[in-house]
Design a binder for this molecule. Structure first.
Ligand code: PMP
Length: 415
């Protein structure tokens, strides 16, 4: 018996998708209480780019704790925080010629998004925010109001006020969505108030792995400049190397005004932060504060991750190499089951697999995968897309084994 009696009625969570109790984890493998091993292609919804219990991170944390490093999380100045900031500036921002101030916003992604919205409104003195169809930015008041999925919003009675949705890249087959947006902004009678900011994911994670092109992002940035709108890139899920480069927007050569980071930035520990151009710092002292905004263990983990993976381009190269393996294998499945009209898309190590002829099979495939020892989640407005999000450090053999399990599970559903 895998499921803990009454577990489902006692707690809320992913238990319905993955009905077992996990006890241990290392790198890309999860182990449950029965000793059953699972290859993890979900990676804590993108929090585990460096894997479960990454040995560098675990060792750094143990060492820090042994020497009585400050653990308390209030946003005070500490050695761990100072060292993380220094490392982030030197290894991440400077080599990319990016100049940003850092703000620690709380333990989880939505805290960074709320801060970004509040700052943008403060700086521009406008309330409207534009976000995109199928975008996902979190489930608290502000972030929920700009999350493009009615299902998340309807029963929480969050209105869409101060939020306008525009079509994401590829939403329409034959409409230039950037021109569409430009027209709305330029036309005073369209009803779209000039927003304080436009917030966008370069690859929509929860929304079903929809990938924005380089040109689309560049033209979006140009619109922001033309209408004096701040550009916020939500890099919570696809930042931190997920697409192969540290920031998911690097490939497009754009320079967002604000960037939100969370999930893997803390090396697996809770951390969320905002990057913003220095001239946007219009906060009054104490204007946006809170208790758990400086988790020192997360700073230690984050600095260790940066120093082990971002002082050279080895991890980037490895991600692009493993992307080829992943893509090739998925393409072979697409070929094998042509009659199902399967779409695959992604960048780096975030990929989606959608059976266009039958949106309901994704959850069946995910359930089969679980029974066969692979954790994969579904995404998209109807859960119609299988999402591949393995740890970036996954070894080639485990990646291939996971893909074999995936293929076998697809076969079980299709045959
Ligand atoms: N933005 C994006 C792009 C996300 O993927 C998520 C979480 N899936 C969030 C914001 C919200 O983060 P959290 O769930 O940690 O609040």
């Amino acid at each position: 018996m895998r499921i803990f009696e009454n577990y489902e009625s006692e707690v809320r969570g992913y238990i319905r998708s993955f009905p077992t109790i996990f006890e241990k984890a290392k790198n890309s493998i999860l182990v449950d209480e029965q000793g059953v091993e699972y290859i993890d292609f979900f990676a804590g919804a993108g929090t585990l780019n460096y894997g479960h219990n990454n040995e560098h991170i675990t060792n750094a944390l143990l060492e820090y704790l042994k020497k009585d490093g400050v653990v308390h999380g209030l946003d005070m100045a500490t050695t761990a925080k100072k060292e993380f900031i220094h490392s982030f500036q030197e290894n991440i921002l400077k080599p990319r010629n990016l100049e940003y101030k850092l703000q620690f916003t709380g333990p989880t992604g939505t805290n960074a998004v709320e801060t970004a919205l509040k700052l943008a409104r403060l700086v521009k003195g406008r309330s409207n925010i534009i976000s995109f169809t199928n975008g996902y930015h979190g489930l608290t008041q502000g972030s929920l109001s700009i999350t493009g999925n009615n299902e998340y919003r309807d029963e929480s009675y969050i209105s869409r006020c101060n939020a306008a949705f525009m079509p994401y890249d590829g939403y329409f087959e034959n409409i230039d969505t950037i021109e569409y947006l430009r027209k709305f902004l330029a036309d005073g009678s369209s009803g779209v108030d000039t927003p304080a900011a436009i917030i966008v994911e370069t690859v929509q994670g929860e929304g079903g792995i929809n990938v924005a092109s380089k040109e689309w992002l560049q033209r979006l940035e140009a619109i922001c400049r033309e209408f004096d709108i701040l550009l916020i890139i939500d890099d919570i899920q696809v930042g931190n190397g997920r697409t192969g480069e540290f920031f998911s927007f690097e490939f497009a050569g754009i320079n967002p005004d604000i960037v939100t980071l969370s999930k893997s930035i803390g090396g697996g520990l809770p951390m969320a932060m905002l990057l913003f151009k220095p001239e946007l710092d219009q906060w009054k002292p104490g204007e946006h504060t809170g208790t758990f905004r400086g988790n020192n263990l997360a700073f230690v983990a984050a600095k260790t991750a940066i120093e082990n993976y971002w002082t050279n381009d080895d991890l980037s190269k490895a991600v692009f190499y493993k992307e080829k393996i992943l893509k090739k294998h998925l393409e072979s499945i697409v070929q094998k089951y042509k009659q199902y009209n399967i779409s695959i898309r992604g960048r780096g190590l975030v990929y989606g697999f959608e059976v266009l002829n039958d949106s309901s099979v994704a959850s069946e495939i995910s359930a089969k995968c679980f029974n066969n020892g692979l954790i994969v989640e579904t995404a998209g407005s109807e859960g119609q897309v299988i999402k591949f999000l393995p740890p970036l450090i996954i070894d080639e053999k485990t990646l291939k084994n996971g893909l074999e399990i995936f293929e076998k599970s697809v076969e079980e559903v299709f045959l």
